[in-house]
Ligand binder design. Structure first.
Ligand SMILES: NC(=O)c1ccc[n+]([C@@H]2O[C@H](COP(=O)([O-])OP(=O)(O)OC[C@H]3O[C@@H](n4cnc5c(N)ncnc54)[C@H](OP(=O)(O)O)[C@@H]3O)[C@@H](O)[C@H]2O)c1
Length: 214
């Protein structure tokens, strides 16, 4: 049965999914690039995102590989899609990922600011959804069919789906860095009251991987 999943979402040891001052200069906020030291060198990230040969294998790569399996649609927040805030001044911004983004399925971007769908190369179309998380999920499930829907992030988006009790499974990578400020994932969220428990844990040199499920 189709699941709503979070995969490879990385938080700092103090619980932030991005540092402060997001923008073109700091896509993940100040200091945020350190979060993904577990992910960037992996074979999967190098192959599927950077389109380069080589990369590490082992447990970090296994989690990266799993993150790209069996999903038929993505959901993300507008801040993950890019640095433009407020009403779209034009339609020039097309995401961080170039002409052929690494999604290859429909991607539903939560925003308060309408914009026509944006078709990219390689099967990715960004759809901008202005009527909330449940509408985005309904559209994503429809697009995904039997496959899962993956929520990419950021923290604000995951938090809403958690609070609504809609996420079946989360793979979190806890990175051994402190960000101090930024976008908190857990503040005010009671994961035990929501029914989650840790179902898998793997410690590597660069991250503690936890899978939470209900
Ligand atoms: N650590 C990781 O693994 C990871 C993964 C993905 C992304 N990131 C990073 O996380 C950061 C973004 O996270 P974030 O928490 O700031 O924001 P986000 O969740 O990506 O986006 C939040 C924005 O999306 C729109 N939005 C969210 N919910 C909505 C709703 N229910 N209805 C309408 N619009 C809604 C709003 O934008 P508007 O009101 O402006 O439309 C809101 O300000 C970026 O730096 C990104 O690079 C990190």
């Amino acid at each position: 049965m189709s699941k709503l999943r979070v995969n490879a979402f990385t938080v700092s040891a103090d619980g932030f999914g991005a540092g402060p001052d997001q923008g073109r200069e700091y896509p993940l906020g100040r200091g945020g690039e350190a979060l993904h030291e577990w992910l960037i060198p992996t074979l999967t990230f190098q192959r599927d995102v950077q389109r380069k040969a080589g990369g590490t294998t082992g447990p970090d790569n296994d989690f990266a590989e799993r993150s790209f399996q069996n999903h038929g649609a993505w959901i993300m927040g507008r801040n993950m899609f890019g640095p433009v805030r407020g009403p779209w001044p034009d339609h020039e911004w097309k995401g961080w990922w170039g002409a052929n983004p690494p999604y290859h399925v429909p991607v539903f971007v939560l925003t308060h600011h309408p914009r026509p769908p944006l078709e990219m190369q390689g099967g990715t179309t960004f759809h901008f959804v202005t009527d909330g998380i449940e509408a985005a999920l309904a559209r994503a499930r429809d697009a995904a069919g039997e496959k899962d829907v993956r929520i990419g992030g950021g923290a604000a988006t995951i938090r809403q789906y958690l609070q609504a009790g809609l996420i079946d499974e989360l793979h979190l990578a806890i990175s051994p860095v402190l960000l101090g400020r930024g976008e908190p994932l857990f503040a005010g969220i009671d994961l035990t009251a929501l029914g989650y428990r840790v179902t898998e844990r793997v410690l590597t040199g660069t991250a503690m991987h936890l899978v939470l499920a209900r």
